[in-house]
Design a protein around this ligand. Structure first.
Ligand code: GMT
Length: 387
């Protein structure tokens, strides 16, 4: 039997899709017998129940009086090296280039002995931060010094290569969801809190940043509700929230839109929806659309970034060019008015989420990468990706 590994994971523990993917991966790897050490500034919010294979090491910041800005990055790099040595880790897997991949490079120098690191790029670390000339060389260095690099879509892989002239091999590791958590939930009573039986529910979930184009969500909904009785549920919080609240008031849509704020049980909330709206400007993958898909909810979105690799246009949703709210509204109306087509899409969503983005297969892909960089010949179990 191939030996189990001791893996250090660093991610943003309190927000964002990258932290969710890293935490869920750590949980699944622990279930497969690996020892997982999270090295972060606080306990990852999706960590959940106690597992004997999961450990948490808190990064404490040195706040000495000479520091105008306490150096979190240096504390993290030191903690990574310390944990790696004390716990005899096999490797470090860091999620998001800045600063995590840079810290892993520093830690590697401190650990010595050819210690291995793996970096997963998630999206805005490349599509936004690597556009910044002051960070570009640093990100390129961190990527080139990682023993393996993965991206969450082919589109992100292409952009990483083009923007940073990266020539080394990059692995593709799509986002995934735990099929024991993400499935169509019974949401009848929750739904009744928001809509009448004849009304449809459109939903948007995000961190309300400009790249999400929440304004387009409102424009699409305004057009849809003229033709299909419906409500819009907005989930999440972020910098654009008050602008969106104003827009909804100006458009006279207050009675048809509900703000749900941040929600813990995303699978339950998504199951209330008939459609998810994701008209993003940039989206390396779109984890939320996969969460919706697994719960049987089709997405109407833009063709940005990796969204077309996730949402099959005309089968599990409909996509239109960024900003084409007219086309998106037209697609939404078509799907909401045709019960037979909708049912077909719903079934295709559940099937695609379970088969193409199977949690077992994607976890096994990461395992293969770990064994490869460590030079260990591994015999891995066939993942179960059935209904
Ligand atoms: O969507 C965000 O702004 C959060 C961001 C993150 O880093 O946490 O999400 C990125 O990583 C997710 C997990 O891999 C992807 O599913 C999202 O598409 C990606 N976001 C963007 O590219 C904007």
């Amino acid at each position: 039997m191939t030996r189990k590994l001791k893996i250090g994971i660093t991610c943003y523990p309190t927000l964002g899709g990258s932290g969710v993917v890293a935490t869920e991966l750590g949980k699944l790897l622990a279930e497969r017998g690996h020892e997982i050490h999270f090295i972060t500034h606080s306990i990852p919010f999706r960590l959940g129940h106690f597992n004997k294979n999961i450990f948490f090491h808190e990064v404490e910041i040195n706040d000495y009086y000479v520091f105008r800005y306490p150096p979190y990055d240096l504390s993290l790099a030191s903690k990574m090296a310390q944990v790696a040595k004390m716990q005899e880790l096999d490797l470090l897997h860091v999620h998001y280039a800045v600063p995590h991949a840079v810290c892993a490079y520093l830690a590697k120098q401190m650990i010595g002995d050819g210690f291995k690191t793996v970096t997963t790029l998630h999206g805005t670390d490349i599509t936004v931060l690597a556009q910044d000339e002051s960070l570009k060389d640093l990100i390129r260095l961190a990527i080139n010094q990682s023993d393996a690099v993965t991206t969450v879509s082919n589109d992100l892989m292409r952009e990483t290569r083009e923007l940073l002239d990266i020539t080394k091999p990059i692995d593709l590791t799509y986002n995934f969801v735990d099929k024991r958590v993400y499935y169509p939930r019974d949401a009848a009573s929750l739904r009744a809190d928001f809509v009448q039986p004849h009304e449809k529910v459109l939903m948007h979930i995000s961190n309300f940043r400009p790249v999400k184009r929440v304004s387009d969500v409102v424009e699409v909904f305004a057009k849809v509700q003229e033709r299909v009785p419906s409500k819009l549920l907005l989930v999440g919080e972020g910098p654009e929230l008050s602008k969106i609240q104003w827009k909804i008031r100006q458009m006279g849509l207050e009675d048809r839109v509900h703000f749900l704020g941040k929600q813990e049980d995303v699978a339950q909330v998504i199951s209330v929806a008939d459609l998810l709206l994701l008209p993003s400007e940039k989206e390396s993958f779109g984890l939320v659309a996969l969460e919706a898909m697994a719960c049987g909810v089709p997405t109407i979105g833009s063709t940005a970034g990796g969204i077309p690799e996730l949402v099959t246009h005309g089968e599990t949703g409909f996509l239109a060019p960024i900003g084409d709210v007219e086309a998106m509204a037209g697609f939404a109306v078509r799907l909401l008015k045709d019960a037979k087509l909708y049912d077909q899409f719903k079934r295709a969503c559940i099937f695609r989420a379970r088969h193409e983005f199977c949690d077992g297969r994607i976890t096994a892909q990461y395992e293969q990468i770990y064994y490869r960089v460590l030079g260990i010949e591994a015999e891995l179990e066939e993942p179960v990706c059935s209904e």
